[in-house]
Design a protein around this ligand. Sequence first.
Ligand code: ATR
Length: 275
Amino acid sequence: MKLGLVGNPIKHSLSPWIHKQFLQQVKQQGDYHLFETEENQFIATVAQLKQKKLTGFNITVPFKQKIIAHLDGLDANAEQIGAVNTVVNENGRWIGYNTDGLGYLEALMDAYSFLFSDNQKRVLVIGAGGAARGIFYTLCQHKFQTVDIANRTMNKAMELKLLNKSKVTKTTCLSFEEAEKQLGQYDLIVQTTSVGMNEDKKVLALDQLTKDTVVSDIVYQPLITTFLAEAQKRGAYIHQGHMMLLYQAKLAFQNWTNREVNVSPLLEDFEQQIK
Ligand code: ATR
């Protein structure tokens, strides 16, 4: 089975390691290659992958939207989100999927199932960039009571809000100041900006955070960001970014192979690699 990843930069990607473990789990032969591509070489790279008849590939920054024009079809999720992270060769037709949001949700369900016990839960998404899209869309599909957005730039939050197609879930766009004041009312807070990635910084103040809130950060380097460390100190449950990375890979692998794989046997070694 031939698999791969297209993006830039991807030299330090952990995906080859993850998929190698999944291949071993299902006892399949295969490789997962990195195709690091400049913008002006993108079309040629995609043509090359199709020619090589890959089973499928992942697609990451900065090509998650650009790939759409080169596919034969999209699944409903990817179409709504407007971005693709997984391409599957379905009998010669190249179909795009987005496993980012569903990967996030499945990881969250496995760790904190109580968030899914009723549909009264209130969620805050911090950030409105590319990484927020799949997560926000999927949370709204899941019928939480509210999924609010806090972002530095208000019109980007308003644009993201348009992805809420749910008749049940309400969304309010907030400034960071407004969000900081009402942090105590949320059951789940998801940090999706790049703030805190390899730096000792957090995107907003957590003074009003209440105990027992679940706080997620999609940044996985470091494993415990300043944001999560502060949340933990205040008695919150934390949900780390590397779990989303593993679960989006699990769902991508399942799309390629139709075989169920398990994340937990990988976890300890995976954390060692990130440290
Ligand atoms: P990605 O695709 O990784 O999400 P992006 O589309 O550039 O990257 O979005 C980055 C997100 O991080 C945005 O929500 C951005 O806020 P703006 O919409 O106001 O630009 C947010 N962000 C980045 N740097 C930030 C900072 N220093 N403080 C607050 N928010 C920041």
